[in-house]
Design a protein around this ligand. Structure first.
Ligand code: GAL
Length: 329
């Protein structure tokens, strides 16, 4: 029998191919099926991330097919590198809390940590099947990974509220951004001391948008939104302001409009501050309305600065958590 001996050069090539495959597997693959540590598809749609004690916690709508159809679920995952996620559990499994009836809606959950009370406060969009209730729901937990107990629902600032987004400024102040249809725009409101309410309107941005997300980057605030086309993708837009209270610029496209945000809708902007670089990540949902459990995620590092914001064409990438440097594969 003939034996094959690998030459050193071939060995090096082979090893680097294996390493590349491993690092690619560990990176972030926009639009692909994203599995958790159990090998199950991550259920964190319309989600948000809280950075807590060196770990990232990703909360989102859990649309698992085997869920009880009368309940709505929020799942939580944790990670140190934003690529590999460990399932922490269904932190909320809620039965229709306001008697909204069949097909009631719980969407876009976001978790804040309140430094005064020590509690974790979960906000979500709570609605009936026709989206007329238009309120936020609030649930609390003493542990980040639940379980969360339902507290109440309300209309922030007395306004109708549908899509919500969360924003924590560099000084730790917590804000809710919510879409209000009758007034046609985004409200940015500061949370009250206990985070169970909002206590102050910071801004009203007169533009009929949803999927609101905010980030503070090098002295400017950037707000992102999508147009009102339900689950269907459309061209996402952004505006900037020197302060959260404005004045806000006109909105511009985040990508070529024909790309329709590469099929995604914004849910959050995550800022990772590293030793060399600060990377801002666009987090969006690629909705599959007929099979919501199979909806995908589009996360990409954005090109941001001096008032401009660009969502690059989705490609696999990874982030060096120490340096903050994002590498497109
Ligand atoms: C989208 C919204 C989603 C969901 C959907 C329902 O516009 O961002 O969170 O509410 O409409 O049609």
């Amino acid at each position: 029998m003939k034996k094959f001996a690998l030459r050193p050069a071939a060995l090096v090539l082979f090893a680097s191919m294996v390493l590349a495959a491993i690092s690619a597997a560990q990176g972030i693959h926009p639009g692909a099926v994203w599995l958790d540590n159990r090998g199950q598809q991550i259920q964190a749609h319309g989600g948000g991330i809280l950075h807590w004690h060196g770990k990232y916690y990703w909360f989102g709508e859990d649309r698992t097919r085997t869920n009880d159809p009368d309940k709505r679920y929020v799942a939580c995952y944790s990670s140190k590198d934003l690529a590999r996620w460990k399932f922490c559990g269904q932190v909320l499994a809620l039965s229709d809390p306001e008697r909204l009836g069949p097909h009631w809606v719980l969407e876009r959950p976001k978790v804040f940590h309140n430094p005064h009370t020590g509690k974790f406060v979960l906000y979500f969009h709570l609605d009936d099947a026709r989206y007329k209730f238009a309120r936020v729901g609030v649930a609390v937990s003493s542990r980040i990974d639940g379980h969360y107990s339902y507290v109440r629902s309300f209309r922030p600032l007395g306004q109708e509220s549908r899509d919500i987004g969360q924003f924590i400024d560099d000084d730790g102040s917590a804000y809710l951004i919510f879409e209000s249809r009758p007034t046609g725009g985004f409200f940015i409101a500061r949370l009250s001391e206990d985070y169970l309410d909002v206590d102050k309107q910071v801004s009203f941005i007169h533009a009929p948008l949803e999927g609101g997300a905010l980030v503070h980057y090098k002295g400017l605030y950037y707000v992102l939104g999508s147009h009102m086309t339900g689950w269907a993708p459309n061209p996402g837009v952004y505006a900037t302001a020197p302060s959260l209270s404005g004045p806000w610029t006109e909105f511009k496209n985040v990508a070529p409009p024909e790309a329709r945000t590469y099929q995604a809708q914004s849910t959050m902007l995550l800022k990772v501050v590293g030793s060399k670089q600060t990377t801002v990540i666009f987090m969006g949902d690629i909705w599959k309305p007929r099979t919501l459990w199979d909806s995908r995620y589009l996360w990409m590092p954005v090109e941001i600065g001096d008032g401009s914001f660009l969502l690059p064409r989705p490609q696999p990438w990874s982030l060096n958590m120490k340096s903050g440097v994002a590498t497109i594969h």
